[in-house]
Design a protein around this ligand. Structure first.
Ligand code: FES
Length: 130
């Protein structure tokens, strides 16, 4: 994890990981956020070259989705899958594509600059202070 303290205000871009840490359809980088006032887990993945980040919360039942720590892609690398009942999500958008999901994943804004992936700290997403 990179030091984000210099950019840690409301509406700031928060450093998450080096761009090289996100491999296409590979292992995610998980992180903590405050969402609507609650501490939540989130994750970032890369798909078709683009970084994306979502709350780690299935829309079927509000549970974390990874089948092993930081593993969200199915074996083909095409879909994000919830380990509990198999809901299937589009990696580019978080839209529900199959299984028992009721709607899409909750996306965080992501940008890459300077070789670093950043997420946007702006309501309803805020930095989780410990
Ligand atoms: S909790 Fe994710 S599919 Fe049921």
């Amino acid at each position: 994890m990179l030091d984000s303290s210099a950019q840690a205000g409301e509406g700031a871009w928060v450093a998450l990981c080096n761009s090289a840490d996100l491999v296409d359809a590979g292992t995610a980088v998980s992180f903590d956020v405050r969402y609507q006032g609650l501490a939540c887990r989130a994750f970032a993945v890369r798909y078709q070259g683009q970084a994306h980040a979502y709350l780690n919360r299935c829309s079927h039942v509000a549970m974390e989705m990874d089948w092993q720590p930081d593993r969200f892609f199915d074996p083909t690398g095409r879909w994000l899958v919830c380990a509990t009942h198999g809901a299937v999500y589009e990696p580019n958008t978080g839209e529900c594509r199959g299984g028992p999901c009721r709607r899409g994943l909750i996306a965080l804004a992501v940008q890459e600059f300077g070789g670093v992936v950043h997420w946007r700290s702006q309501y309803p997403f805020q930095i989780l202070e410990y």
